[in-house]
Design a protein around this ligand. Sequence first.
Ligand code: GAL
Length: 332
Amino acid sequence: MNKKIVFASLCMFLIAACTREPLKIGFSVGDFSSDRWSQEPQIFQDEATALGAQVLFEYAYGDANQQIEQVRKLIASDIQVLIIFPTSADNWAPIVEEAHKAGITVIAYDRMLKDAGVDYYFSFFNEDVGKQQAQYAVDNRPKGNYIILGGPTSDNNSLLLMQGQKNVLQPYIDRGDITILLEKHLETWNSIDAYNEMQTFLDKNKVKIDAILAANDELAGGSIMALEMVEDSMVMIITGQDASVGGCQNILNGKQSMTVYKSIRNLAREAAQASVKMAKSEKITNATNLVSDGTNEIPAVLLKTVVVDKNNMKETVIADGFIKEDQLSFAP
Ligand code: GAL
């Protein structure tokens, strides 16, 4: 090859390398509705930064309109990849379209964006969370009166989770072994909503409750507080999700039966690694599941969840470093 051509190619390569845009990822955090959300952005950032990318964060604190405005700001910030953890699943289609027009890859993180056609979804097998809760309950209480306290319908995971619970419970209900006393999606994931709901229920109904399928540890905690206000209100099974410090402590204290542990480290790291690849226009190969957003089938990376109760807490959440042993007080 002619020396001049080699020299010219080398110069072009060097110019391209020097002028390559910095890798930039935008991350929109919808809310902090459970312990996990105070850790996840940091884990994501550490991983993405180690891989050479910069992460711009926006926090909406549960305000859906504000989140949309913040995402518009991120779209205008020269990012290549946009991660959205939505506080509400609705109204995203035009925003995702805007991002796509700007050449940005969009990832729904943990919760799906409905009918919006995002490029990828990173989450857990959310229906399994509900199945695991209901299975735990029927294994321990195959007959009796059940209450189902779901998360808000603005979060698609709440619907998937309740679907999972129903799949397990339906044969028991059909046989007449289990009676559902109350089944409700609460307004938020906060314990106060579960507290109010259970207090109202307990005021009106003097009936034995065998199990409360609370969708996460916050709702479990609110139910426990309401039960503690009433004499003789022993409930055998109370489920949860997220392995929060409060939830795990309630389990150790015998007030809550189980929680569903999700390795948020694995999720945040997987999403960060994939985002950096996408920002470099490389392909990812592990989005082997498909999840419907209502209109489109979205390629998804879904991680497994783990049932945790007092018998395996040390081998799971503690061994994983998700909770430090000294954050909990174990019975002597
Ligand atoms: C859900 C999520 C749960 C829990 C809950 C409250 O969408 O899947 O893990 O964190 O939100 O934040």
